[in-house]
Design a protein around this ligand. Structure first.
Ligand code: PLP
Length: 408
């Protein structure tokens, strides 16, 4: 099929996918929640612990220097991955959630006066809703929400209408984890620029699936999590334009983020260290680098083309199932299919599929307001990674026919 990826060869890189599940071939279709890990990532983490692990930055001995070097080298990998202008723009965090909280507390909160507005969209993950509610509550600012159209596209006219003289910040998801919609973030950023409003792009679902160029994008902040880019959990990236980061106060205080400390006054380190208080996830960041290198080697344009071809194949095959309804049919979509079926609850569908070796997500996908928008309590979500193929989709379709028989 299209896309040009040798999926059979890539699949072999992922040990987890080699095992049967409930006696069936494992069709892992939940990469939007978290991707599986290639051997290169597992090896990188183990190699760190087995050969050169020590705390970073402070040690004069060889092991510490080696682990510092390996950890710091990942900034260069992320710089390449995002085409960032400078590796000092790369802040290591625990994941997208922590990155958004950092920007909310350090950059946005000091800007806010009562009555000011933070603009998000109706398809945000809770990670891009709750941090803004927290700063709004603390400052008297207001959360404003741009609407979502019936097919799952962002209502751009509605978004533009909601940009006001009080809008201090816009935070928008690049790719919806529930609908798969690829948002026109360039248009959002252009609209924000007209009024000098800074923008954060939640890249949790774009970084794993498509080339990203933060300079071309023109946003102020871009965030993603390593566990969705074939790396480990507990690591991720806040990319921020250097002038923005330089103007921001620390969010958390502690070791490693200071220049000098006295009881009277502390001077902070420059970015990115200013935002990396305490001992970080050293081996996790190193393994995150291996995951990003893996994606770079496969080629993100190939990953995108492959997942798009798989999406088209899946849409065609799933359309034949009676009572099957997709939530989110925007023309520009990533490899995510959220659906409901007449007479079957999403959790029951997920459980029956599991018996067939098919791993999908059932629930609200941390987007409860979006569920309310589409008037469904939950959906089943099948989502693709670079290791998925048409056999996975066929297995899903066969499993759904079984669901139909079960509830007939
Ligand atoms: N934003 C989106 C669109 C997501 O899909 C997710 C995770 O599912 C997050 C943010 C939060 O990511 P994490 O839980 O890795 O911090």
């Amino acid at each position: 099929m299209g896309g040009g990826l040798d999926v059979a060869r890539l699949r072999a890189d992922f040990p987890v996918l080699q095992q049967p599940m409930n006696g069936k071939r494992l069709a892992f279709l939940d990469s939007a929640a978290s991707s599986q890990k290639p051997q290169a990532v597992i090896d990188a983490e183990r190699d760190c612990y087995e050969r050169y692990y020590a705390n970073i930055h402070r040690g004069v001995y060889q092991l510490s220097q080696q682990s510092t070097q390996a950890y710091e080298a990942v900034r260069g990998v992320v710089q390449r991955f995002l085409n960032a202008a400078d590796e000092r723009e790369v802040v290591f965090v625990r994941g997208a959630t922590e990155a958004i909280n950092l920007v909310a507390q350090s950059f946005v909160r000091p800007l806010l006066e009562p009555g000011d507005e933070i603009l998000i969209t109706g398809m945000e993950h809770h990670a891009n809703i709750v941090p803004w509610q927290l700063v709004a509550e603390a400052t008297g600012a207001r959360l404003v929400v741009a609407p979502v159209l019936d097919d799952g596209q962002l209502d751009m006219a509605g978004l533009r209408e909601r940009i006001s003289a009080r809008t201090r910040f816009i935070s928008v998801v690049h790719v919806s984890n529930t609908l798969g919609t690829i948002n026109p973030v360039d248009e959002v950023i252009a609209a924000a620029r007209e009024r000098d409003i800074p923008v954060l792009v939640d890249g949790a679902q774009s970084a794993p699936h498509m080339p990203v160029d933060v300079q071309a994008l023109g946003a102020d902040f871009y965030v993603f999590s390593a566990h969705k880019t074939y790396g480990p959990s507990g690591a991720g990236v806040l990319w921020g334009r250097l002038d923005r980061l330089e103007g921001m106060p620390p969010w958390q205080g502690g070791g490693d983020m200071i220049r000098t400390v006295t009881f009277e006054k502390t001077e902070y380190a420059e970015p990115p260290q200013r935002f990396e208080a305490g001992t970080p996830n050293i081996a996790g960041v190193i393994a995150m680098g291996a995951g990003l290198e893996y994606m770079l080697a496969v080629g993100r344009e190939h990953i995108l083309a492959h997942e798009q071809a798989l999406l088209a194949y899946a849409n065609e095959r799933l359309a034949g199932i009676d009572g099957f309804r997709v939530i989110g049919t925007a023309p520009d979509k990533a490899g995510v299919i959220s659906f409901v079926m007449a007479d079957a609850h999403p959790h029951d569908i997920g459980t029956i599929l599991d018996m067939e070796g098919v791993a999908v997500r059932a629930g609200h996908h941390c987007t409860q307001p979006l569920m309310q928008r589409f008037d469904v309590p939950a959906t089943v979500r099948a989502s693709f990674g670079l290791y998925n193929d048409t056999t996975d989709v066929d297995q899903l379709v066969d499993g759904l026919h079984r669901v139909k028989r079960f509830f007939a």
